[in-house]
Design a protein around this ligand. Structure first.
Ligand code: HEC
Length: 89
């Protein structure tokens, strides 16, 4: 299946309330998703679906996603490029 970034972007609207508009979260309980590997994002979402990983919010959200949705979302968030700056000591 080819992943579809436009579809991933559209699906990500429902994630932004917690994970931030561009996958950079302002809620300390919700992790950043931008720049994470597609492999990790997909695995996390499938694990919530299967109950291998549990969270009261994510377990419900993941159950509403198809495997295609998960792949589009993973591709979308993985496509962000981040730059990091090491703290000055
Ligand atoms: C109601 C708030 C909320 C919404 C909406 C939400 N999430 Fe989350 N998400 C969380 C929280 C809180 C966690 C951390 C849960 C944990 O500790 O396992 C999380 C964890 C995750 C993780 C695991 C990240 C990691 O670093 O291990 C992924 C992937 C994820 N969310 C994707 C999504 C996607 C994709 C959507 C939209 C379809 C979404 N979330 C919608 C709150 C939310």
């Amino acid at each position: 299946m080819a992943t579809d970034l436009l579809r991933g972007k559209a699906l990500s609207a429902q994630c932004s309330v917690c994970h931030g508009k561009n996958g950079i979260s302002r809620d300390p309980e919700s992790p950043n998703l931008a720049g994470q590997s597609a492999y990790y994002l997909e695995k996390a979402l499938v694990d919530y679906q299967k109950g291998l990983r549990e969270d009261r919010r994510m377990s419900i959200i993941a159950k509403g996603l198809s495997i295609e949705d998960i792949k589009h979302l993973a591709a979308w968030y993985a496509a962000f490029e981040l730059t990091v700056t090491e703290p000055t000591l």
